[in-house]
Structure formats: structure tokens, C-alpha cells
Design a protein around this ligand. Structure first.
Ligand SMILES: [Zn+2]
Length: 237
């Protein structure tokens, strides 16, 4: 079998947001003039109402916005028509675990947050700190792969995510608690053009495959960062 590690970044501009006022669905595009006024939520293209992210599922058409996402989608396409063995495509949301590099600004927000908290610095969050992300624990990636190897199913295409919306501010608190400290992030406002407001996956297929609910950051932070706290505590004392 082939197991291809793909990514949520392939969904790019095709995240859907449903308006809480009129119910119409927009993509995640935001206008700089709204962001400048501190209106950070995605606004309905029809009535301007605040819109809530809909969990992205595997039927969503890929529409990558940057090179990384495009390269991952290209890898998926390279297996079109490949019939020598089943090709399983796993689209990972943001992955974390014990072996994140916390010291060199590894390009994932959770490594940055954890690195700052470990060093006793309050994370500085853009916008209002209420951006939603969907973090999946590395142990669930392993569980998924083992299940595929053990059960040898026909080819699957699944989102490997927790399906649990977690806001950046909440993530800081979970990580700090796991490290045995307390930390309130600093909300600095401002924005970066092109940042996605929210990111959230539908984990229904994954839940069926592994036979349980994926681990949420609330629980997984303990698995990933509890030892970090021990190391930095003994170093500091
Ligand atoms: Zn609307």
C-alpha cells in the first residue's frame, strides 16, 4: 500500500462560512478595510453578517493558496490512475507532539506558542486571539497508519484532524497548564494580509477508521508538553 501524507493546506480558499443572519455561505475572504476596523470575523458576502466556519470535509474541492498546499495537491494528483496497490491519502491538519522544535521558530504556530511559554514569554496574538485552529496529536496520525496497515482497507481519503475547534488563546492556556504554569496571551490586535481567520476539519471519517474520537488539544497538550515543563523547571531551579 501507499500512504501519502497530504495536508489541509490544499483546501486553501474553499473553506466555507455560514452567515448567522441570512444563512448564506461565503468563502473565507476578508477585506483589509474590515480588518483595519477590528472586524476580524468573516463577513457574509450578501448581508455583512458574521459568519461561522463550517468543518471542511473530504468532498471539498482543493484550492490551495500557496506553494506548500499546491505541492501537496500535486502529490495527490500524481497517484491518479495508480492501480498497483491501494493509495491512502491522509490530509493532516496542524500536527503537534513531543518532538516539535520549540527553539528555532519551526513554521507552525503551536511550536511558537509553546516555545514562548516555555521561555516565560507571553505569546503575542494578532487580531483578537480568537482564531480557531484544529490541532491533531501525532499519536492519532500513528493510530491511523497502524489501522490502515492492520486492516488493509480499500483506498481511503481522509482528513486527519481532531474536529475540535480550539481558539489560539485557549491553546496558550492548555499548553501552559501542561507545562505547569499559567499564561494569559497578550492580544496585540493587527492582522496579516492573507491569514486565514479559522481552520476546522470534519473528523467523521477518521473517527470511523480509528473507532474513537480523536484526541483534542485539551488532552493532547499534556501528552506533548508535560515533559517540557519538567525539563525547564529543573533547569531553572
Ligand atoms: Zn448574511
Amino acid at each position: 500500500m501507499v500512504i501519502l501524507g497530504s495536508s489541509f493546506s490544499i483546501y486553501g480558499s474553499n473553506y466555507a462560512y455560514r452567515c448567522s443572519v441570512c444563512g448564506s455561505v461565503s468563502n473565507g475572504a476578508r477585506k483589509n478595510e474590515d480588518l483595519e476596523r477590528g472586524k476580524f470575523e468573516v463577513l457574509c458576502a450578501r448581508c455583512g453578517g458574521e459568519s461561522a466556519i463550517q468543518p471542511v470535509d473530504e468532498s471539498t474541492a482543493p484550492s490551495p493558496l500557496e506553494i506548500y498546499g499546491a505541492s501537496k495537491y500535486m502529490q495527490e494528483l500524481c497517484f491518479r490512475g495508480f492501480e498497483h496497490c491501494p493509495v491512502h491519502i491522509l490530509r493532516f491538519s496542524s500536527v503537534y507532539g513531543k518532538r516539535l522544535r520549540l527553539y528555532d521558530g519551526e513554521a507552525t504556530i503551536i511550536a511558537k506558542l509553546a516555545g514562548w511559554i516555555r521561555n516565560g514569554r507571553r505569546p503575542r496574538l494578532l487580531e483578537d486571539g480568537r482564531q480557531i485552529r484544529d490541532w491533531v496529536y501525532v499519536g492519532d496520525i500513528v493510530a491511523t497508519i497502524l489501522k490502515l496497515v492492520e486492516t488493509q482497507p480499500p483506498a481511503v481519503l481522509i482528513n486527519v484532524c481532531s474536529g475540535k475547534p480550539t481558539r489560539l488563546g485557549e491553546a496558550c492556556r492548555h499548553i501552559a497548564r501542561a507545562m505547569g504554569t499559567q499564561c494569559e496571551p497578550e492580544i496585540i490586535g493587527g492582522y496579516r494580509t492573507g491569514d486565514m481567520r479559522h481552520c476546522l476539519g470534519d473528523c467523521t471519517s477518521l473517527r470511523k477508521l480509528i473507532g474513537r474520537i480523536p484526541i483534542t488539544l485539551d488532552e493532547g497538550a499534556e501528552l506533548a508538553f508535560a515533559e517540557t515543563s519538567a525539563a525547564s523547571f529543573s533547569a531553572a531551579s
